[in-house]
Ligand binder design. Structure first.
Ligand SMILES: NC(=O)c1ccc[n+]([C@@H]2O[C@H](COP(=O)([O-])OP(=O)(O)OC[C@H]3O[C@@H](n4cnc5c(N)ncnc54)[C@H](OP(=O)(O)O)[C@@H]3O)[C@@H](O)[C@H]2O)c1
Length: 338
């Protein structure tokens, strides 16, 4: 079968040598496993971090990719509840464990160290496979799993966002941010956004966001406060770095800030006095449990939410797709046609 295999890590300029589409053996299902014929897969920033060597415990070579939508191609003898040719998505959270509060020590994410979805076929435990929401195409469904899971847990398990609350989502062009906005709007929240691009703010407003500010203005949070009548109940942020200081300014007294990533790295010179004086809840989140995943799929199905596809590339053009993500050109998810 055809697969995008990462052989070594390095800068984005060396990706063409490091990440190669090649022929590899097709996986064989164990007793409690299924083989999914991948139709579409989608990129996450994680795939880029791994390719650049900026991720913990990298094991190579590996077929990258945490997300896909496809059909059941083959299944082991102990797999029930799902039939061959069913259209499915995969929960990329492997070995979450029994504690809803956090993942287990055996936790990993599909697509490193286990081979992932940027291939004709992927092998996973049958318990990780879920029927695709019926209103979605394969491309749309492939955009959902990792970003949808992260966004759902951040909004509803961690921040407990309620209808009518004001929610700020930073870096709205990002894959997690875009689906978080869609989920929050569907739940009745008023969504405000930041972005590096006016065009992306306009697109977010077209999708139902109330307003937005350019984060290139160091005092962007002042604009968000005037747009939201000085009331930001919840912030969902995957940016980290020095954005943190602005988040502490933007959030209201008693507000909740959920952190799911730190694209910009460590936060320096954070004014901790603000955290306790404003009675702010700082909440960390990572991926989600199987309950989170099935609840997210149900929510998306009931509200007919369609993830935003930024662009689609054939697998052969995977390096171009990565370059688009590296340059932050996307609004929503970049998908790969397999
Ligand atoms: N903990 C978890 O379970 C989990 C899950 C998923 C992702 N993550 C992490 O979360 C981050 C985002 O992931 P992703 O896949 O959504 O990435 P992505 O699609 O590549 O999005 C990254 C976005 O970051 C935004 N950004 C860049 N600089 C910014 C700044 N100064 N202020 C605000 N936003 C800024 C940009 O938004 P604009 O395009 O609007 O300018 C960009 O589109 C990554 O660090 C990833 O590793 C963690």
């Amino acid at each position: 079968m055809k697969a995008a295999v990462l052989h070594s890590t390095g800068s984005i300029d060396t990706l063409t040598e490091n990440l190669r589409v090649e022929e590899v053996p097709k996986p064989v299902a164990g007793d409690d496993e299924v083989i999914v014929k991948v139709r579409y897969a989608s990129l996450n920033h994680r795939d880029l971090w791994i390719s650049l060597g900026q991720y913990a415990k990298i094991q190579l070579p590996v077929i990258l990719g945490s997300d896909c939508a496809g059909i059941i191609y083959a299944r082991g003898k102990n797999t029930g509840g799902i039939d061959e040719l069913d259209s499915v998505v995969i929960n990329p959270s492997l070995n979450w464990g029994n504690n809803e509060l956090h993942q287990s020590n055996d936790y990993s994410i599909l697509g490193m160290p286990d081979n992932g979805t940027f291939a004709d076929f992927v092998k996973v435990k049958s318990s990780l496979v879920y029927r695709m929401p019926s209103h979605l195409s394969f491309a749309e469904a492939s955009a959902l799993p990792l970003a949808g899971l992260t966004a759902y847990r951040a909004l509803f398990r961690k921040a407990n966002v309620m209808s009518g609350e004001n929610v700020l989502i930073t870096g709205i062009g990002g894959g997690v941010a875009t689906i978080a906005m869609q989920l929050a709007i569907a739940a009745g929240a008023n969504v405000f956004v930041t972005s590096g691009s006016e065009k992306k703010i306009s697109k977010a407003i077209d999708l139902g966001a109330k307003a937005g500010a350019l984060y290139t203005d160091p005092e962007w949070w002042k604009q968000i406060l005037s747009q939201s009548e000085k009331n930001i109940d919840v912030i969902i942020d995957g940016t980290g770095g020095n954005t943190m200081s602005a988040l502490l300014e933007a959030v209201s007294y008693g507000g909740r800030i959920v952190l799911y990533g730190a694209t910009l790295g460590r936060a320096e010179n954070v004014n901790l006095y603000k955290v306790y004086w404003k009675q702010i809840s700082l909440l960390g989140t990572t991926m989600g449990s199987s309950d989170d995943f099935s609840d997210m799929l149900r929510f998306v199905g009931e509200r007919c939410i369609t993830p935003v596809i930024d662009s689609a590339y054939d697998l052969e053009y995977i390096v171009t797709a990565f370059q688009r993500m590296q340059n932050m050109e996307q609004f929503g998810k970049i998908v790969l046609k397999i």
